[in-house]
Design a binder for this molecule. Structure first.
Ligand SMILES: Cc1cc2nc3c(=O)[nH]c(=O)nc-3n(C[C@H](O)[C@H](O)[C@H](O)COP(=O)(O)O)c2cc1C
Length: 213
């Protein structure tokens, strides 16, 4: 009898420790979900019409805009692109200088943009070095686009170099739209009229090109 009771108690203790483990795992999962606002930062459940009763799960897209800006014009363009992307909602956009997002963390983003002022007929060295570092990490199944700012007759020169380098070094990024160049009036700017609206439109167009799932 005592033997039986001890057996039951042991079993009961096992169940209790099992339940405690489950609760600990659940708690940890809640903690992780709360503190990582990426991956599943927004899950929308949408029930379709009554006939189909289909449930779609939309995960929020994450965008990283990596840019450099000496006088603030390229940053302004990056901000407008961000605002254009955000207009349709369900998207999270982070602006960062090279080094602002560690290359190891880029895999958390679905869409990656690179923007640079034209310096001596090319993107800046910092942006190019960043792309080099990303190429070592390697990325897969990402979407992307590039943009530049320029003064003289150098429209598209830096974007073309960016596109060529990305295709060679980070083939896991599919460039979904052609690179866009934005003109500044003089080395320090400001941007010429209409360029901020074009940048916002670039954000909208880019958003439309990204498949939902
Ligand atoms: C060192 C340097 C070199 C530049 N070389 C060029 C050039 O070759 N072609 C061009 O169109 N603009 C050139 N520019 C002008 C930049 O493109 C302009 O300053 C930039 O678009 C402004 O952007 P930001 O305010 O983000 O720095 C140069 C500017 C600097 C500072």
């Amino acid at each position: 009898m005592i033997h039986l009771l001890c057996g039951a108690f042991e079993h009961y203790a096992d169940v209790r420790s099992f339940l405690r483990t489950i609760m600990l795992i659940a708690y940890l999962l809640c903690f992780i979900c709360k503190h990582t606002n990426h991956l599943f930062s927004q899950v929308q459940l949408r029930v379709g019409n009554a006939n189909k009763r289909r449930i779609q799960i939309h995960l929020m897209k994450r965008v990283a805009i990596i840019y450099e800006s000496l006088y603030g014009n390229t940053r302004q363009i990056a901000e407008e692109i961000r605002d254009g992307l955000r207009e349709s909602g369900n998207i999270e956009v982070r602006l960062a200088n090279p080094g602002g997002i560690h290359t190891d963390k880029l895999c958390d983003y679905d869409i990656i943009l690179f923007g640079s002022p034209n310096h001596n007929q090319a993107p800046t060295l910092n942006i190019m070095k960043y792309i080099d570092r990303v190429s070592i990490v390697g990325l897969e199944n990402k979407f992307g686009a590039v943009f530049d700012t320029y003064t003289g007759g150098n429209e598209g020169i830096a974007t073309k170099k960016l596109e060529k380098t990305i295709k060679e070094k980070i083939p896991g990024i599919t460039l979904v739209i052609d690179g866009v160049s934005f003109k500044v009036s003089g080395r320090k700017g400001p941007l010429i009229e209409g360029e901020t609206e074009r940048a916002r439109q670039m954000g909208r167009t880019l958003r439309e090109k990204i498949p939902e799932e």
